[in-house]
Design a protein around this ligand. Sequence first.
Ligand code: GDP
Ligand code: IMO
Ligand code: MG
Length: 433
Amino acid sequence: MSTVVIIGSQWGDEGKGKIVDIYTEYAEDVVRFQGGNNAGHTLVVGNETTVMHIIPSGILHPGKRCLIGNGVVLDPQVFFQEAEKLKAKGYFQNDAQLMIDPAVHIIMPYHRTIDVAREKMAGQRKIGTTGRGIGPAYEDKVGRRGIRLGDLIHPERFAEKLREALPEKNFLLEKFLGEPPLDEAAIFDEYRLYGEKLRKFLGNTAKVLHDSIAAGNNILLEGAQGTLLDIDHGTYPFVTSSSTVAGGACTGTGIGPCSIDAVIGISKAYVTRVGEGPFPTELKDETGELLRREGHEYGATTGRPRRTGWLDMVALRKAVQLNGLTGLALTKLDVLNSLATIRICSAYRCDGKLLSEFPTEIGVLQRCEPVFEEVPGWQCDIRAVTDLEQLPPASRDFISKVEKMSGCPVVLVSVGPRRDQTIQISNPFRSKG
Ligand code: GDP
Ligand code: IMO
Ligand code: MG
């Protein structure tokens, strides 16, 4: 009877999908609590790869209930495409496996258009968003003019909300962003049908989760993006528009903080970032290229090449604190297989001063240079290792170093994309006894 939160400890793409898929075995409910289809969570089972953008990564397990909590923004078009793909592969055969909260905000066509047009207009100053309309959808949510799933399923209410929203959007599109206006009737017709089709998934997810916890079930909360992309705590403005830290799991589902038993941060053995913004340990050389090649570091959502760099313990320590991490899952250790030496950033140097804390001021962060410790590599293939003891000593030393420098125990090590390429050290779900 545990409630476990999975979050990204870096800038996203840490391997959250794989770990959620693995931990789903122990849970009854798997819940997305923030973000939208800016996420791309990859699951590899045998030779088959599945990328989840909006449906929780527990969906490959037929008996497990998946929930989309109130903190999520949902693009119905993407949702149905994803559902169809899953069904064609033999998953998600029973629609009752999924429940969506009525408070989920709908990503509308104008959100996508505004997102892309703003980025185009920003030129060099762009954020490098995924172009999925995430920021504009959250703006409308916070601005109290958003359209929620609970509105979409009532055609009259939806029509009224759309009629109120669209003139302002079209004014912005035409007069400021230089884009053609959108047609109200066409949007209404398309989205009214989505509302009808989504009705059967509707449910009070907070209540379902409260009852599930009371019944002694295990709950798995699936974060998207990563700590450094958090709207409050990340490298603002180069962030996403939701609370990606563990606290977001409470606001995005309605589960109280005292009901959370464990928070597992997923971290690669190095770092990647997609989009713009500071990245102190970034490598723009052959080693960076090697990490990109060996790690297949191309975006699961947009296909963009990911920026790569050495593991940054200054940033990881911040993630441990911000999320109250109880454990780390260290992924992609195998990507370092061929390296003779590996670097770990232990501190930053800025304006002649040594910094051990991640700066809150982006201008300071942009001037930071990494200070590295160098450790020997293992230079052998660890992709078939399933037991910690079988790992070469140099890779075990690397794991110990991460634990020591972060102050957080490593509970899982991932040595390849597949389910079976995993070393579980301890299980964050308490046994049900
Ligand atoms: P997420 O967004 O955090 O779920 O991560 P992504 O799915 O966007 O990116 C992680 C990528 O690394 C995917 O292609 C995974 O299949 C892959 N992956 C996950 N764990 C490992 C690992 O331990 N080793 C290797 N080589 N690949 C991994
Ligand atoms: P997962 O869940 C990596 C990044 C974008 C951009 C910034 C803002 O797969 O780890 P947005 O479209 O959210 O407004 O873009 O955030 N970003 C991600 N980077 N992984 C993700 O998700 C991301 N979701 C958004 O690249 O820099
Ligand atoms: Mg991803």
